[in-house]
Write a protein of this length. Structure first.
Length: 378
């Protein structure tokens, strides 16, 4: 962004973590059914935690709280560190500092995890594909997150990747998208930029939402994913899965925020909706970050099924002025937090969205039946 207690009884049994430790082991490019899973879990449920926006210069007590929630997997959803770098030495130094955040690194040693980046760890505030150090940033990201020397994340146009988890005999696909490497420049409203300081003061006094300064760009050349990533994503959505978790570093469903989100690229957002429909890719839910507050959004997609987007932000960063998100389904929680997806395979199955604060208090909880995440019969 521009600058249950979750303790449950009985830890789900971790049958296998990927070779090479607890970090990334991407799906093989073979057919989905034969691809080696990143995790294989027993038990009737699956707990996926996620979070974003952790400044390495700040204390990070939230990792102990997340560990106490005993997630099967944690998704680092971007702004995992704040590089904010315009030269190579600074970018490298920020990763050194990241490695010195012991609470975070201890959590990583003990919990299976996956990562994607957002603007601040990709490079700098709100930057996209024109960031001048993006190739170096790609290598530093891959080094930090344990990518093999021959990992495609090191050489392709972005660090997007797909993973599969086997949980109670079900297949969960996790799609970690790269919304930075190929993103074309944002379009800003200069009037909103110029009046920003006074708008912030008014919003603080009134307690009313405040729009950010970015506006939607309907130019057919405007890109968020880039064609290579779109082709890859189409292949992934054609693969079978009992649940798909789409990791998007910025909000997908939210509308009218004025800050970074898919709504700034309406053609790209509609393209993903159309791709889900084309492949009849059901049971997709979205997790996002970036906003420095947490909320749940829901997009009742015409000719589709509702797309839920649970936003958790930040692990350390907090912004207490909400935007006018027309698809908001919850309160806004401006305090350090993390998100949880609790998937229950029993019966028809459900996914529970929740937000938990740094003290372990549940702030939001919404259960959604998996049957509601399906296309109408044709
Ligand atoms: Fe961000």
């Amino acid at each position: 962004m521009a600058n249950k207690n979750p303790l449950d009884s009985g830890r789900r049994r971790l049958l296998m973590a990927a070779a090479g430790g607890l970090a990334a082991a991407p799906m093989a490019r073979a057919a989905a059914g034969s691809a080696k899973p990143f995790l294989q879990l027993g038990g009737p449920s699956l707990r996926v935690a996620f979070g974003s926006c952790a400044k390495q210069s700040k204390p990070q007590p939230i990792w102990a709280t997340i560990a106490a929630a005993r997630p099967d997997l944690f998704l680092f959803m971007g702004d995992n560190l704040y590089a904010d770098a315009r030269d190579a030495a600074t970018l490298r130094q920020r990763y050194v500092e990241f490695g010195q955040v012991e609470a975070l690194q201890a959590f990583r040693r003990n919990t299976p995890h996956l990562a994607i980046w957002d603007d601040h760890d990709f490079g700098d505030d709100d930057v996209g594909g024109d960031y001048e150090l993006k190739q170096l940033s790609q290598q530093l990201f891959c080094d930090e997150w344990g990518e093999r020397p021959d990992s495609p994340r090191r050489t392709r146009s972005g660090v997007y990747e797909a993973y599969r988890i086997e949980s109670a005999g079900r297949s969960v696909q996790i799609l970690m998208l790269d919304l930075r490497f190929n993103r074309t420049p944002l379009v800003a409203d200069p009037k909103l930029q110029q009046g920003y300081r006074s708008m912030v003061m008014q919003a603080k006094l009134s307690g009313k939402p405040m729009i950010g300064w970015y506006v939607p760009n309907s130019d057919p050349r405007a890109s968020l994913l880039g064609e290579e990533q779109w082709a890859w994503l189409a292949e992934r959505l054609a693969e079978p899965a009992d649940l798909r978790i789409i990791g998007s570093s910025v909000q997908f469903a939210a509308d009218g925020t004025g800050w970074e989100c898919w709504a700034n690229f309406p053609r790209e957002r509609e393209r993903l909706v159309a791709l889900l429909a084309k492949h009849r890719a059901e049971h997709a839910v979205i997790v996002s970050g970036d906003m420095h507050y947490a909320e749940l959004s829901k997009w009742p997609v015409p000719a589709g099924y509702p797309l839920w987007d649970l936003t958790s932000s930040g692990l350390t960063e907090v912004w207490d002025i909400p935007t006018p998100n027309s698809r908001r389904e919850s309160q806004v929680f401006a305090e350090p937090n993390f998100g949880l997806l609790d998937i229950d395979w029993r019966g028809a199955g459900s996914v529970n969205f929740s937000i938990v604060n740094v003290e372990g208090r549940e702030r939001l909880s919404q259960r959604v039946a998996l049957d509601s995440l399906r296309f109408a019969a044709t």
